[in-house]
Design a protein around this ligand. Structure first.
Ligand SMILES: [Zn+2]
Length: 179
């Protein structure tokens, strides 16, 4: 007896349908539909019911949000100024214009420029005695020369110190590039 014979036979097909219905009934019988519906209704009521959350809890959460917002506003000017001093990247020290960058908040790539024509200046060691540090900055335009009784490293160090001093004092904002 094959499947086609079963489907054509009224008694056999009747038994198969009865068996399938019984199986489906067993599966759906495992789920308590009334209970499931109850859970859905309770969940919806919980979400929409305002009395399930105590008022003091709402007040506490509200205060927390307000407090966090005030803290954020108080720190805002500090953050803005921290960012804005990074825009201070040129100033006049020891008679010439200097430009630099910041790497990890430290002055870097410090270079001198001619105050007349803005050409970058190269330091020339002009001491005949190596024991005495002395450098000169010359410009092609004829301005200068600017002579310093210190090494190139010492001059860089001194300029960096003055930059840092102006950042600390905040005076770079009042008079940027004209000290
Ligand atoms: Zn020049």
């Amino acid at each position: 007896m094959n499947l086609k014979t079963i489907s054509n036979h009224p008694i056999w097909s009747g038994l198969v349908v009865a068996g399938l219905c019984s199986f489906a009934g067993t599966v759906t019988g495992l789920i308590d539909w009334a209970e499931a519906w109850n859970i859905v209704v309770m969940g919806w009521r919980y979400l929409t019911d305002s009395s399930t959350v105590a008022n003091w809890l709402i007040a506490l959460v509200g205060l927390y949000i307000i407090f966090t917002f005030i803290l954020f506003l108080r720190n805002l000017p500090e953050r803005v100024s921290e960012v804005s001093w990074l825009s201070y990247r040129t100033d006049k020290f020891f008679g010439v214009q200097w430009r630099w960058r910041y790497i990890d908040y430290r002055v870097s790539n410090l270079n001198p420029f001619c105050p007349s024509c803005d050409l970058q200046l190269d330091p020339v060691q002009d001491s005949m005695f190596h024991a005495i540090d002395s450098i000169t900055l010359h410009c092609d335009c004829g301005a200068g020369p600017w002579r310093y009784d210190k090494s190139w490293d010492k001059l860089n160090h001194d300029v960096t110190k003055r930059i840092q001093q102006k950042i600390r004092a905040g005076s770079w904002q009042a008079d940027p590039g004209n000290s």
